[in-house]
Design a protein around this ligand. Structure first.
Ligand code: HXC
Ligand code: NAP
Length: 299
């Protein structure tokens, strides 16, 4: 990204210290890059240490600043605690956490083993909660303000057939967002979430849309805008939600999906494919039915 990709002025996140789980790749990397470019210190974690280091080095050589890679499996509470010890020792409390790490794959639900369910739920549902809990305890003990942003999906509203462990886990995080927004607001900790629609990333494509490319993904999924989201569009929304000026936004889950979720709910979404002749035919048929009814009216 370049400064022209961001709608915010330079330095607005100076003094912010943000952990992005899964920040080595995909959406997490894009959000980390935006935070860094706007002055934050950024910690990124994931299980593949080499990927994290490569991302951190790449971002720092492009933009300067500090990105600190920490190999951590968020399924392991002790590893989370060690990571937070390192972060707090490195420069004090975090000011923000982005729960972005996830695992997912498409499968018929009847084909899932219990281990397959756990493979997703242990990352998304349990792991994200454990990171939130560890950071939250520290913030509360120290009387710190903080912002927690969780990356969900629009499946938290629509359900997610063929991705049931993910949809169930993300729905759990949605309820965590709503619950802790209230419980911890008096302590200065706020919670929001972003529900992205389709954004092309290698991690997502490999597990959910084999064969997708950055250019055909939105079209493949029937997005009303006919395209996937751009990483900078998501990154700008994340910056806004992490900045102190959005401090009164609390407990919200905001979709960024080109209208995809709304389109799924309407009974007539596919009518957008009709041409003028089809609309004219339909109008004539409706008029015909109306005039027959009118002819039978007695009042
Ligand atoms: C059925 C499957 C499966 C599949 C794995 N399993 N893949 N079952 N269909 N496609 C089963 C295995 O057989 C095994 O069960 C169990 O799951 C654990 O598998 P492992 O490979 O040992 O798991 P692990 O190494 O822990 O890897 C976790 C993972 C992997 C989730 C399976 O994909 C991963 O590391 N993903 C991280 C990145 C990622 O998924 N990114 C995509 C996020 S995109 P048995 O019983 O055989 O032992 C996203 C987009 C959402 O979330 C919205 C889009 C619009
Ligand atoms: P991605 O690149 O595969 O990102 C997932 C990240 O999570 C990886 O960096 C991965 O790193 C990390 N991760 C997985 N398991 C972990 C664990 N146990 N501990 C620590 N880190 C772990 O895919 P993405 O598309 O950018 O997805 C990012 C987020 O956006 C996810 O929450 C996803 O559900 C959400 N989302 C994506 C889309 C989309 O269209 N792309 C749409 C809606 C929501 P390691 O493998 O190195 O651990």
């Amino acid at each position: 990204m370049t400064p022209d990709d961001l709608m915010f002025k330079p330095g607005i996140l100076a003094g912010e210290r943000i952990l992005v789980t899964g920040g080595g790749t995909g959406l997490g990397k894009a959000m980390s890059e935006a935070f860094l470019m706007l002055g934050a210190e950024v910690y990124i974690c994931g299980r593949r240490g080499g990927v994290l280091e490569e991302t951190a080095d790449g971002l720092m050589s492009a933009h300067g600043g500090r990105v600190i890679p920490i190999a951590c499996d968020i399924r392991v509470p002790e590893a989370i605690s060690d990571m937070c010890d390192r972060i707090w020792a490195d420069g004090g409390a975090l000011t923000g956490l982005v729960n972005n790490a996830a695992g997912n794959f498409i499968s018929r639900t009847e084909d899932l083993s219990t281990r397959a369910f756990d493979a997703i739920a242990n990352i998304v549902f349990r792991g994200s909660f454990f990171v939130t809990l560890d950071c939250g305890k520290r913030w509360i003990a120290e009387g710190r303000k903080a912002s927690v942003l969780s990356i969900l999906t629009t499946w938290v509203w629509s359900g997610g057939p063929f991705t049931v462990p993910s949809a169930m886990s993300k729905a759990g995080l949605n309820v965590m967002t709503q619950s802790l927004a209230v419980e911890w607001a008096p302590k200065g900790i706020r919670f929001n979430a972003i529900a992205p629609g389709p954004f092309y990333t290698e991690g997502m494509s490999a597990r959910l849309n084999p064969g997708a490319t950055a250019s055909n993904y939105g079209e493949m999924r029937g997005n009303p805008m006919g395209r996937a989201g751009e990483l900078r569009e998501l990154a700008n929304m994340a910056v806004w939600l992490m900045h102190p000026f959005s401090a009164y936004v609390n407990g919200q889950t905001i979709a960024i999906d080109g209208g995809s979720w709304n389109a799924g709910g309407g009974a007539f979404t596919t009518l957008r494919d009709w041409d003028d002749a089809q609309w004219e035919t339909a109008r004539e048929m409706i008029r015909g039915a109306n005039s027959q009814d009118r002819a039978k009216r007695t009042v």
